[in-house]
Write a protein that binds this ligand. Structure first.
Ligand SMILES: [Zn+2]
Length: 106
């Protein structure tokens, strides 16, 4: 159970919960660029040591993410609830309807 498994799961929009790796069809929408996405991942309880790796895995090292990008983060309902967030259904590549806006974070 290395961090690598989490990073791979997080890079796959159809993968399991990004926090606990349990397969799930729910997720949380996050709006923001690199820092906003990082804040959102931390909010959801993703291991802080893995946040940068997850973002680099998804977008490539040093990638510039537009600030109004909507990210669909796959998270199970219990993990979302544990961090005070609301997870909603994600089907295929569709975005969760509930969006947390971190675009002011950059
Ligand atoms: Zn979970």
């Amino acid at each position: 159970m290395a961090g690598e498994a989490f990073v791979k799961a997080a890079g796959d929009i159809n993968g399991p919960c990004m926090v606990c790796l349990t397969p799930t069809d729910t997720g949380v929408g996050i709006k923001g660029a690199t820092h906003g996405l990082a804040r959102g991942l931390l909010m959801l309880g993703v291991n802080p040591k893995l946040v940068l790796s997850i973002i680099e895995h998804r977008f490539g090292r040093g990638a510039r993410i537009p600030v109004d990008t909507h990210h669909g983060i796959r998270v199970c309902v219990p993990c979302a609830a544990a961090s005070g967030c609301e997870a909603t259904l994600m089907s295929g590549s569709s975005m969760p309807e509930f969006l947390y806006d971190f675009s002011s974070e950059g």
